[in-house]
Design a binder for this molecule. Structure first.
Ligand code: SF4
Length: 147
């Protein structure tokens, strides 16, 4: 089973209540080859919700306690992101998943680029919190833009 970001298969779970549906990835669900997850919903954040970025680093630094996930209004939601990431890892391990296709640039799901933490649309190299946790546990994570 492949783990896929739920917004990529049509769930309207983005911060603004929309989705990023890609037919090719949706077909993986139709073919029973993929499981859809949204770490931010699994972390019990509401939809819609305030946009959030990692401040002070990337998902790697969040896992190490050296960076935080903040909303644009200054609320620290690191704990929700950690809970969501751990829940995705649990689901992936239960399904014996070795690969995930996650939404690029998200502070949870990004795999090569994320927003800088300045809320000004600037991007930096790095991955989101869920991607970092999956990779640390041996699961390959790629961007939907790479397939
Ligand atoms: Fe999509 Fe991931 Fe954001 Fe959920 S957390 S809306 S799955 S990019």
């Amino acid at each position: 089973m492949i783990i896929v970001s739920a917004c990529l298969v049509g769930y309207p779970c983005k911060y603004n209540g929309t989705d990023n549906k890609i037919e090719q990835i949706y077909q993986l669900i139709q073919d029973n080859k993929a499981i859809a997850v949204c770490p931010e919903v699994l972390g019990e954040l509401s939809t819609p919700r305030e946009p959030a970025e990692i401040v002070g680093g990337t998902g790697e630094e969040v896992l190490d306690g050296k960076a935080r996930v903040m909303t644009c209004k200054g609320e620290d939601i690191t704990q929700a992101f950690m809970i969501g990431a751990e829940e995705v890892l649990r689901i992936a391990q239960q399904a014996n998943s070795v690969k995930a296709i996650l939404k690029e640039r998200s502070p949870s799901c990004g795999s090569t680029m994320i927003y800088s933490g300045e809320f000004n649309q600037r991007k930096i190299p790095g991955c989101g919190v869920t991607t970092a946790l999956l990779r640390r546990n041996g699961i390959e994570v790629v961007s939907e833009e790479s397939i």
